[in-house]
Design a protein around this ligand. Sequence first.
Ligand code: ADP
Length: 261
Amino acid sequence: AEDRLRQAQKMEAIGQLTGGIAHDFNNMLAVVLGALDLIDRRSAQGGKDMTRYVEAAREGATRAAALTRRLLDFARKTPLAPRAVDVNELIGDMLDLLRRTIGEGVAVATAFEDAAWYVTADPGQLENSIINLAVNARDAMPDGGTVSITTANRRLGEGDAGEWDVAPGDYVEIAVSDTGIGMPPDVAERAFEPFFTTKEVGKGTGLGLSQIFGFVGQSGGQVRIDSEPGSGTTVRILLPRDGDAARPRSPEREQAQGVPH
Ligand code: ADP
């Protein structure tokens, strides 16, 4: 019976895929085609001031590419390639990209535990996860605010894992918080479902949190949502520490820390 339920859920997900995602994809292609049309017309008239249309085409194509990447992730056509990752460094290196992705009106703040451990995870998937969380946080704060990204080491002992439901061991927790609209209980309950979205057509795919759920679970970790309607949301990712405890941190970082600013 459980198998049949899962099969039914899969079929429902596929139905929503053809309806919702194909529609989104079409919208993005329409943007590209529209821009190309305008470029065509402009070029017949001497070809001035086309930057705007080239940009529009580029944006449409970029969004379409991001959508197919998410679909491929969802279908697990991209195999995970876990390795030792310095979480603080990975997030630090993404900050420019994050700020550009999130745009104006919403700030990005970080608070890193100084010597956060390395984790074993696919760095590309971890980056995607953080971008997805930051974009969700931004979407939850239409009037602006701050997305906070923090890291912390967590040693979870036998029987004292607290709110986490993972094997005892050493982990790194990455938390992304916002002071946005929060999730009502019915949304929080379904947030990890593939294709579940409360966003308008073209804005949400409902694949962000499900990607994170799959990736984090396969990496031996866990993801949790704490959300309060009207006051904000914190999504926390727990990833197992890399086994090679003796690994030195990156030399640039050691140097940067050794030099007084
Ligand atoms: P999408 O962002 O494309 O809708 P997700 O799987 O990332 O897909 O999120 C699913 C839903 O969970 C969102 O549509 C939204 O309703 C809710 N959600 C996710 N993150 C937040 C957040 N930070 N604050 C409020 N609601 C959120």
